[in-house]
Ligand binder design. Structure first.
Ligand code: ADQ
Length: 467
């Protein structure tokens, strides 16, 4: 479908799949499995993607990049501060992650959130063809489904929440909770990572709006008198398993693996890869490693812990404070156990390119994924997808969505430091036979439920929405 007639499929997400850059084309592709999956769908259906391009006071003229029609939503500096850093990342993010840090409730940031959600809805409404399908993503845009339906009742609207949905007792803190729920209920189909998130959401509908839910959804009468059935279900997201596997098999990855091996020496490698976020439980790992070295259960000459942490949301106070605490802890452990030739912790505060990341997954004997709360956690699935010889051990927090299906991982409670330490020791010493048996089962799961089948499954169910 052309830009004049509107698009049959419109993806709406906080960020566009490309970023403005000083390249001949003027942009670079944003990394990540989600972008890969949705890009495939948007290209195949000749759809459009509505989102922020990361610039301040940028334009709103649509452009074509990476074979997709992209519709930028402009944002001012004040909106980045209040909408993005403020309401999205200092209110909803901590609230939805079990209040690991205290959420901020400010009327000013809420006003900005509403205004920016209005703008996203207006852009989506402007480019959607009559009767089109619009797929809205994540916690930054909870009001968009309702705002969009008010403008365009002809649309079929889906929403996917990438992060957890908290129990009602926590959600109830939000002064504008019923507005958020009503906004989400503008969708025909609401997708969550885990069945628990979907049932938490349905309970919030009952408690905050007095809605009656039945089965996997509820019936609702819109302000225009139209009665709709809204479905609510879990769609656990996956990774691009075949794509990752193909890249890992390339000669260039093997070369990188050899280089890393030389740099890290003949030690067993324990790996952590995360955005530097307080939800990810990085300090839990550091404490566990510190105590294991102190108790002599791990020898710093035999083991190296590599932690790669991508800088993220550094304008938000809680993130700056956490970064300081983590860097202090790394310094303390290395100060105690490093020798002139090697340190037990290699800490990289950087975003790693995919080839290097894949080589690290390939070389790591143990992967530590210890979030205090995580919607899914793609890093765990990426590690599994890259273990093409079926070796390696995944230590995985029970508080991730991934733990629901990756049951052959060593599942841990990140609040139980002794349990985490025991799991690390078990992982480091696990016989190859057991590693292989577990990893084969994990790989089967990650291959079957990949990101492509996730996107197609959601869109197929959305297309089957009762009209
Ligand atoms: P995130 O919280 O960002 O995602 P995650 O699912 O682990 O968490 O995805 C992170 C992505 O960033 C992975 O693809 C990973 O490879 C990449 N990444 C992380 N650290 C990196 C580094 N140092 N260098 C380069 N790349 C790095 C949110 C939710 C999750 C949910 C996803 C998808 O919080 O729970 O799984 O969305 O729905």
């Amino acid at each position: 479908m052309s830009a004049d007639e509107g698009f049959g499929l419109v993806v709406v997400a906080n960020r566009l799949p490309v970023e403005r850059a000083d390249t001949p084309q003027g942009w670079v592709r944003a990394p990540g499995g989600l972008v890969t999956a949705l890009t495939t769908v948007v290209r195949r259906t000749e759809g459009a993607w509505v989102g922020w391009d990361g610039s301040i006071d940028g334009g709103s003229s649509p452009f074509t990049a990476a074979g997709m029609h992209l519709v930028p939503v402009p944002m001012s500096q004040a909106e980045v501060t209040d909408f993005y850093d403020g309401f999205a990342n200092a209110t909803l993010w901590p609230l939805f992650h079990d209040v690991i840090v205290k959420p901020q409730y400010h009327r000013q940031t809420w006003a900005a959130y509403r205004a920016v959600n209005e703008r996203f809805a207006a852009q989506a409404a402007a480019v959607a063809a009559p009767g089109a399908t619009v797929w809205v993503h994540d916690y930054q845009l909870t009001l968009v489904p309702g705002l969009l339906r008010a403008r365009r009742p002809d649309l079929t609207i889906g929403f996917f929440n990438h992060i957890p949905f908290p129990p009602y007792e926590i959600f109830a803190q939000l002064p504008w909770g019923s507005v958020v729920i009503a906004g989400l209920l503008g969708a025909d189909l609401l997708g969550f990572q885990r069945p628990q998130d979907a049932s938490n959401f349905l309970r919030a509908c009952r408690r905050s709006l007095g809605a009656r839910t039945s089965g996997h959804g509820l019936d609702r009468v819109d302000p225009d008198g139209r009665r709709r059935r809204i479905r609510v279900r879990a769609y656990p997201i996956g990774v691009d398993a075949p794509g990752l596997e193909a890249q890992v098999r390339q000669e260039s990855t093997s070369r990188r693996v050899a280089e890393f091996r030389e740099q890290l020496g003949d030690r067993r490698i324990i790996l952590g890869v995360d955005r530097l976020d307080y939800t990810k439980g990085i300090s839990v790992r550091l404490r566990a490693m510190d105590e294991l070295f102190a108790e002599g259960r791990l020898d710093p000459d035999d083991v190296v812990f590599v932690q790669v942490a991508t800088p993220t949301r550094e304008r938000v106070d809680a993130y700056r404070e956490m970064r300081d605490a983590i860097e202090l802890a790394v310094g303390r452990v290395n100060g105690r156990y490093a020798t002139l030739s090697s340190a037990p912790i290699v800490y990289l505060h950087s975003t790693m390119g995919l080839p290097d990341l894949l080589a690290l997954y390939r070389i790591a004997d143990v992967m530590l994924v210890t979030p205090l709360r995580d919607g899914m956690n793609l890093v765990a699935k990426e590690y599994v997808a890259c273990r093409i010889d079926d070796s390696g051990v995944l230590v995985l927090s029970r508080f991730t969505g991934a733990a629901d299906t990756l049951t052959k991982a060593l599942l841990v409670n990140p609040h139980d430091i002794e349990g985490v330490k025991d799991a690390i020791i078990q992982a480091v010493g696990m016989p190859l036979r057991e590693q292989r048996a577990r990893m084969r089962a994990l790989r089967r799961e990650v291959r079957i439920h990949d990101v492509q089948s996730w996107a197609e499954g959601f869109l197929a169910d959305l297309a089957a929405s009762p009209s």
